[in-house]
Design a protein around this ligand. Structure first.
Ligand SMILES: C[S@@+](CC[C@H](N)C(=O)[O-])C[C@H]1O[C@@H](n2cnc3c(N)ncnc32)[C@H](O)[C@@H]1O
Length: 432
């Protein structure tokens, strides 16, 4: 009797869950932000290849400062006509080949509860919580300040950089990062900064290699994405070859299409690889722009291992200390945090100079503060100033890693045209 009642209850619950949360939608996330919404839609339709798709809604970018210039938020909702199609989409083998996409079911939301009056006790609780957060923030700020004071003066000073401009107006299609080819909105701050970065990288390369050497130089862009650095550099430096390396085959396919559009297909080759495993045979210069978290350190380590000159502008420093999580295949998983996470072979702080002064816990605090400068909004705020100071130390630590391995010429440069931006540093190193 009891068992029958239990089965009856179970059955009822299953039926109820089917009715109330019947999923007919799938969320696809971690899509390349710089694909146009039309490209995203057609790609999703092609990959799922299912007649039961009713519509594809490509989500607009979230409206915070960091998203400026992105074409969408990196995600889309696919509406299917029935639940079986959702199940097919979730187990599709075609989607597993695009390993950066994350695909999940969207449960229908339960009806929103009507807004209740907030009781005075609740208001008090909220005020207490806000006060607690403010005190925590103040304590964190003072720990970071104490840490920065304890580290003291850095052995490498930041230098401002004088940069020669590039006339992107006369570039062939596909070259300018601030055009439809680059996938960035012309005139947006992101597009302007990308151009400024290309100019700074070209200047750094020209300072390291005279024209005669440049014409024989093979450059490798590690973490190239869709080519916003590799393509304009291949066009504007006069280098002999450009190797673009990225973990995502999709981004590289886009890069190759751009190279072809620009008539640079003879000069540019791609390698779909984790930077950890990259092959730098014949490469004379490594560049890397905004390879997330530890990927920038992997880029520097790859260069240093071979004694190759480098120019690296890192980003997302706060993620450097996350461990990567691996897929069963032994590959790094598709998530951004994982790619940016550190493999077992990397340790922080990077240099003996900094690890003699602080431990990993302090380093993590410093790295998070460094990230806070980006997106702090107000360039005059204490958080921005503190974050810039912290980022300076994180970047000097990276350069000291190279110096301690025989790089006689290391420079920390501040790229112009990026006021109030948290990622202005360009780290340049060569053996002499
Ligand atoms: C923020 S994007 C920057 C792309 C390009 N450099 C630019 O500035 O437009 C970072 C790129 O680094 C790649 N990446 C991150 N970690 C990587 C790794 N461990 N190995 C290879 N590529 C990686 C990502 O796939 C992504 O395309």
């Amino acid at each position: 009797m009891k068992i029958a009642a239990f089965i009856h209850l179970l059955g009822l619950a299953a039926v109820q869950s089917l009715i109330s949360v019947a999923p007919t939608k799938v969320r696809v996330s971690n899509i390349d932000w710089f694909l146009s919404t039309a490209d995203v839609e057609s790609k999703i339709r092609k990959v799922f290849a299912d007649d039961s798709i009713i519509k594809v809604e490509v989500k607009p970018p979230r409206r915070n400062k960091r998203d400026e210039g992105k074409l969408h938020s990196g995600s889309a909702i696919v509406v299917f006509s029935d639940k079986r199609a959702v199940a097919r989409a979730l187990t599709s083998t075609a989607t597993s080949s695009i390993n950066q996409w994350r695909i999940s079911e969207v449960m229908e939301k339960e009806e929103e509860p009507t807004k209740k009056e907030v009781s005075p006790e609740r208001v008090l609780l909220r005020q207490e919580r806000a006060g607690r957060y403010a005190r925590q923030r103040a304590r964190r700020a003072s720990s970071i300040d104490n840490l920065l004071d304890a580290i003291g003066e850095a052995p490498i000073e930041i230098e401002s950089m004088s940069v020669e401009g590039i006339d992107f107006g006369c570039a062939p299609p596909g070259v300018d990062p601030a055009s439809t080819g680059g996938g960035l909105k012309l005139g947006s701050k992101r597009a302007t900064r990308k151009r400024a970065s290309v100019e700074a990288f070209r200047t750094a390369i020209r300072q390291l290699f005279p024209t005669t050497l440049l014409s024989e130089l093979k450059v490798a862009d590690l973490g190239s994405g869709t080519g916003n650095l590799a393509i304009p550099l291949a066009w504007a430096t006069g280098c002999a070859e450009m190797l673009a390396v990225d973990i995502y085959a999709d981004s590289l396919a886009r890069l190759l299409a751009r190279a072809q559009e620009a008539g640079l297909e003879e000069k540019i080759s791609v390698e779909c690889s984790d930077i950890l495993d990259v092959n730098l045979a014949g490469v004379g210069m490594v560049v890397s722009l905004h390879a997330c978290g530890a990927a920038s350190d992997l880029a520097m380590e790859a260069a240093v291992k071979e004694g190759i000159s480098f120019a690296i502008s890192p980003c997302c420093i706060g993620k450097v200390n996350f461990e990567r999580s691996m897929q069963e295949s032994g590959e790094v998983s598709g998530g951004n945090k994982d790619r940016a996470g550190k493999p077992a072979s990397l340790s922080y702080p990077r240099s003996r100079w900094l690890s003699d002064k602080i431990d990993i816990e302090d380093y993590t605090l410093l790295a998070k503060a460094a990230d806070a400068a980006d997106g702090a909004g107000d360039a005059d705020s204490d958080w921005f100033r503190r974050g810039r100071r912290a980022k300076g130390i994180v970047e000097v630590d990276r350069l000291m890693f190279a110096r301690e391995r025989g790089y006689g010429a290391v420079r920390l440069l501040e790229m112009p045209g990026m006021d109030g931006y948290g990622k202005q540093e360009l780290l340049v190193g060569s053996l002499r």
